[in-house]
Design a protein around this ligand. Structure first.
Ligand SMILES: Cc1cc2nc3c(=O)[nH]c(=O)nc-3n(C[C@H](O)[C@H](O)[C@H](O)COP(=O)(O)O)c2cc1C
Ligand code: SF4
Length: 503
């Protein structure tokens, strides 16, 4: 095969040479140049390079394989996937975000594409007497236990943690400006507060194990620092503090900032070496047991002048979570909120095994945390934020029904910024400027256009939640419970989520 390919290329090259000999015009010179380039490429692939056996056996044409491998995600999306089978977020869900963000027509023609008799199909039951959706209550939630002195009222839908570093400065600015316009909160992610977060939108300041914006490096190890933390925590934009224990896409691993995305500017904000991969450690150096954790949370609360303090994790070992909540109850001191992230959660960059096989899926994790808080009489004090693939109104109602007080959403807000799910967030090549630090690509994202889309997507989704809740005959989103959501099981019967998760 190798000899045949090389022979063909050389013959074409020779023919082009003859053509130029008899008709020496510009077009023929270009042809000859291209043919010569292919001949050299063939010789290089077949004899000079030693890394790729496939190229040595099939010079030139094996390169097509690399091209299709590189582009297969886009080819799959544009030509192969249907509305319901794309992953992690199918086209139907992506489209509703784009439509709501752009305020385009949101209706569907002809009927559902879902198979209503398939195992796993979920739905709510409507009432003969729907309420007026304009008057449906419950779109806001007040955070702050009896330990907190600066309670915070937020929307039930807020932007979940994504750092400057993982996302571009323009993406962060558009998210924050959208949050300001729509009056909802924007989580900084573990990269800390950057200048791009300070656009006037409310912030949830996340503190991860790397203590970026909340600590310093001593002998190569990161430590929490009271003063550095306080400087950021008392900013008027910061409304709540979230201590990140883990996230669903890589629980037990710690954050990863790829070397390419760790620019000079980001490395300064995080006080780390530029253009090196930055791994946050898997656990906190500020505490190593639940008693120390409770003291740390109280210290953080005091340093931030009494703002609501939360912890974020993906449920792992149930006994550990039970022990933690028991410790809160015994100490009579607790966080003001718990953010439960599902194993299905998103990330800018994570090891495959962690994304696929580590961490409890959201519905199991959420229901367990909710049950345990109720058991220890702490549910009135501790609010729950749930995150994990919430995109449309049904997703939000379902999580509310399962015990969440508010919903954190990351990837859907990325979609509202124009993310096309190319899944290159870890490569610094994001084609739409959302998850990259490449200046040219970042410029492609026009903040003044995308901030409005962020706001629109939020507002339209809240409105859709109220419409569905009104169809159920309820006056408030808070009235929805796990008894109101139904799922078809393996045998073809229908059970409520109450029967599946709470019995
Ligand atoms: C690009 C990207 C960056 C993220 N960065 C963080 C982070 O810094 N800290 C964190 O706790 N979670 C982070 N997450 C997880 C999200 O905050 C969220 O918990 C998870 O994606 C589930 O929400 P979703 O399904 O709506 O995306 C990130 C997710 C994405 C997609
Ligand atoms: S479009 Fe950008 S942000 Fe969206 S998945 Fe691709 S690389 Fe990530």
């Amino acid at each position: 095969m190798r000899d045949t390919i090389l022979a063909i290329v050389i013959v074409i090259n020779a023919l082009c040479g003859v053509l130029v000999w008899f008709m020496p015009d510009l077009g023929n010179y270009i042809l000859l140049t291209i043919a010569s380039a292919f001949t050299f490429l063939g010789i290089y692939d077949a004899f000079l390079q030693k890394k790729h056996s496939l190229l040595r056996a099939f010079p030139i044409i094996a390169r097509l394989r690399w091209f299709f491998e590189e582009e297969r995600e886009k080819i799959q999306q544009y030509f192969i996937e249907d509305d319901l089978n794309g992953t992690p977020i199918n086209r139907e869900k992506r489209s509703i975000v784009y439509q709501r963000a752009k305020k385009e027509i949101e209706t569907i023609p002809f009927g559902t594409q879902h198979d209503l008799y398939e195992k796993g199909y979920e739905f709510v039951k409507h009432s003969i007497f729907p309420t007026d959706h304009h008057n449906v209550l419950g779109e806001e939630v007040v955070f702050g236990s009896d330990k907190c002195t600066q309670k915070y009222k937020s929307s039930i839908i807020n932007i979940s943690a994504m750092s400057f570093g993982s996302l571009s400065k323009n993406a962060i600015m558009a998210l924050n400006q959208g949050a300001k316009m729509g009056n909802f909160a924007h989580n900084t992610g573990e990269g800390g507060v950057s200048p791009y977060h300070l656009q006037g939108g409310d912030l949830i300041f996340q503190v991860g194990t790397g203590y970026f914006g909340a600590g310093k490096t001593i002998d190569g190890k990161r430590y929490f620092d009271d003063e550095i933390f306080r400087e950021n925590a008392i900013r008027p934009e910061v409304k709540m503090i979230e201590i990140k224990l883990s996230q669903g896409a890589k629980p037990g691993h710690g954050g990863i900032l790829p070397a390419k995305k760790n620019t000079e500017e980001i490395s300064k904000i995080r006080s780390v070496e530029p253009f090196t991969r930055v791994d946050s450690p898997p656990s906190h150096s500020a505490f190593s047991n639940f008693e120390e954790m409770i003291s740390f949370l109280q210290k953080v609360r005091e340093l931030s002048n009494g703002k609501p303090i939360g912890i974020k994790f993906c449920v792992g070992n149930n006994e550990e979570i039970e022990e933690m909540i028991t410790s809160f109850a015994k100490a009579g001191n607790y966080p003001d909120f718990i953010a439960v992230d599902g194993g299905e959660g998103g990330t800018g960059s994570a090891p495959l095994e962690f994304t696929n096989y580590v961490g409890t899926p959201l519905l199991e994790g959420l229901s367990f945390v909710h049950k345990t808080l109720v058991k220890h009489n702490l549910k009135d004090q501790i609010k729950i934020i749930a995150s994990g693939k919430a995109i449309d109104a049904f997703d939000i109602i379902k999580l509310k029904a399962m015990g969440a007080d508010a919903i954190g959403m990351a990837r859907s807000f990325m979609l509202s910024l124009g993310c096309i799910q190319a899944r290159e967030c870890n490569l610094d090549t994001c084609p739409v400027g959302v998850a990259t630090q490449d200046e040219d690509l970042v410029e492609a994202l026009v903040v003044a256009d995308k901030n409005v889309r962020v706001k629109n997507y939020h507002a339209k989704t809240v409105a859709a939640v109220k419409e569905v809740v009104s169809s159920m005959g309820k006056k408030s989103i808070d009235e929805v419970t796990s008894k109101d959501i139904f799922r078809r099981n393996k045998a073809g019967d229908i059970s409520s989520l109450e029967e599946i998760y709470f019995n």
